[in-house]
Design a protein around this ligand. Structure first.
Ligand code: NAD
Length: 485
């Protein structure tokens, strides 16, 4: 597990000081001068060598010997296949375990074996120690490689960063059979996935999510995207540009997903909690997702999960990715017209969340009373969005307590969010009417009608496009801290 912070020692051959300092892995005959894997966005173009890298069998055999597992995994890894491309009928493996990126992972080795070059798109927030084993693995196979470091902010999940990634892929002369490897949170996996979907009209992407949210949600299912900005409208920040989340993207299923929960050891606690919000989303509609006991499991495991217990996290990630996989393989392109919304059900809470997620000037208090200043993390906004959706559903009498003695679901949910130290009310929200207007930017809006995914009694859900505006407005007001009204 990459816990120690040390410098990335693996460098493209052209940047190495001497042969002695190189890792034992066999080196390619010549590699292009790659982007430095230092965590900063940069890539200066240099001339490409014409020589092809050598991949003799003996070198490959030596490479395989180098990759002995560093330590026994904390948890046994689990694997399942996700069907992608309904007509093509391809399947991609999802692996969940501990130490997969730094240790034994035959699926990753196999996925690399058919390539000549890979571009690593790496989250700037990761320690070099987390990136290094992947580079060593790539080097051990004598692949040409480059690194593009991206900052994990919604502002940087942009067309400009996309252009930078594509330019790096082109500089590296990635071909159709080559691949992009995404290593990072959901911003990185979305961005790298989208770049892979359009570079040479589509090359493979191997998703290696390193945040809980990216593992349980973003990396599985093939949705990729970047944000765009549009000029603001009167009354919504004047002429200030508005950021439209995930407005440009593509469905591009990954070739392989590796959820290595060991990487979560360095994830900031606030990010871990934000990831839990997506798990609460799945738990709220567990029956619809094919795991009726997910809610019980999540509630009971919460104290362990908050402590970063790896077996608990691995189980959580496995159950949540399996839930997501079940749904996306039935309705990959989100075209289902079923009352429960098909894949759209995974957007529970997100219409509310997207409308508040990028708002400046929000604040709330953590459980310990500490003032947290916005903007919200995606998962924090999702938690608030779930509350709004649950309260809307209760107002419409769609969602009732699970038993006569049980509390209303929205109250249970509010408690769970508090237990996970996620916000349940925020100060600084604009008027509810403004937020409702922003909700119409949602991609689910159909013929000008807002479609809301709402939870239903018993872990089910339903899509409604007839929810009266006052009901929605009341639910939005319920998440506004008293001072902001
Ligand atoms: N494609 C989909 O289906 C889908 C689903 C859900 C969310 N998303 C997208 O995912 C994004 C949110 O993802 P996120 O919450 O992972 O945010 P993120 O990518 O911003 O990552 C969160 C933060 O954690 C850091 N980080 C990540 N892994 C780390 C690790 N192991 N150690 C230390 N730091 C680490 C990142 O640098 C960043 O600062 C949003 O843009 C959202 O739209 C996509």
């Amino acid at each position: 597990m990459p816990s120690k912070s040390r410098k990335v020692t693996a460098r493209p051959s052209s940047q190495r000081p001497s042969k002695k300092s190189q890792p034992k892995a066999p080196t390619a005959a010549k590699r292009p001068p790659n982007t430095s894997p230092k965590p900063k966005p940069a890539s200066k173009s240099k001339p490409l060598p014409s020589a092809k890298p050598r991949r003799p069998e003996a070198a490959l055999a030596r490479a395989q010997r180098v990759e002995t597992p560093s330590a026994a995994p904390v948890v046994a890894s689990k694997k399942f296949l996700v069907r992608a491309g309904v007509s093509a009928g391809t399947r991609y493996p999802v692996l969940v375990g501990s130490g997969l990126l730094s240790g034994r992972c035959p699926e990753l080795d196999e996925a690399l074996s058919s390539r000549r070059a890979v571009l690593l798109v790496v989250d700037a927030g990761l320690s070099p120690a987390m990136i290094e084993p992947l580079i060593k693995r790539v080097e051990a196979r004598s692949l040409r490689w480059g690194v593009c470091v991206v900052r994990a902010s919604e502002d940087d999940k942009s067309i400009e960063t996309l252009q930078r990634v594509l330019a790096e892929a082109a500089r590296l002369r990635l071909e159709r059979r080559d691949a992009v490897i995404a290593l990072g949170g959901g911003i990185t996996t979305d961005l790298a996935g989208f770049a892979a979907s359009i570079y040479r009209r589509g090359i493979d992407v191997i998703q290696c999510p390193t945040s809980l949210l990216a593992m349980v949600d973003a990396a599985v299912g093939g949705k990729t995207a970047v944000n765009i900005t549009v000029p603001g409208e009167h009354g919504e920040g004047g002429s200030k540009a508005r950021l439209l989340k995930n407005m440009v993207g593509a469905f591009h299923p990954p070739a392989l997903v590796i959820c290595d929960v060991a990487t979560l050891a360095t994830l900031p606690p606030r990010e871990l909690r934000a990831g839990l919000a997506e798990c609460f989303k799945h738990a709220l509609i567990g029956k619809a997702l094919g795991d009726a006991n997910l809610s019980d499991f999540t509630r009971k495991a919460l104290p362990d999960l908050l402590k970063g217990n790896q077996p608990a996290l691995a189980q959580l990630v496995h159950r949540n990715t399996a839930c997501k996989a079940r749904i996306v393989q039935l309705d990959e392109r989100e075209t289902s017209t079923k009352p429960d919304g098909g894949r759209m059900m995974l957007n529970l809470g997100h219409t509310f969340a997207h409308a508040i997620e990028t708002l400046p000037g929000l604040s709330w208090r953590t459980a310990s009373g500490q003032l947290q200043i916005g903007p919200l993390k995606h998962g924090e906004a999702v938690g608030l969005g779930l509350l709004c959706a649950a309260r809307t559903a209760e107002a419409l009498k769609l969602l009732k307590p699970t038993s006569k003695t049980a509390l209303p679901v929205s109250i249970e949910l509010e408690r769970t969010l508090r237990q996970a130290d996620l916000p349940t009310v925020v100060a600084g929200l604009p008027p509810a009417e403004t937020i409702l207007r922003r909700m119409f930017d949602d991609k689910k809006v159909d013929a000008g009608r807002l479609r809301l995914i709402l939870p239903r009694t018993g872990g089910l859900c339903v899509v409604r496009d007839d929810v009266p505006a006052p009901v929605i407005l009341d639910s939005i007001r319920s998440i506004a801290a008293p001072s902001s009204n």
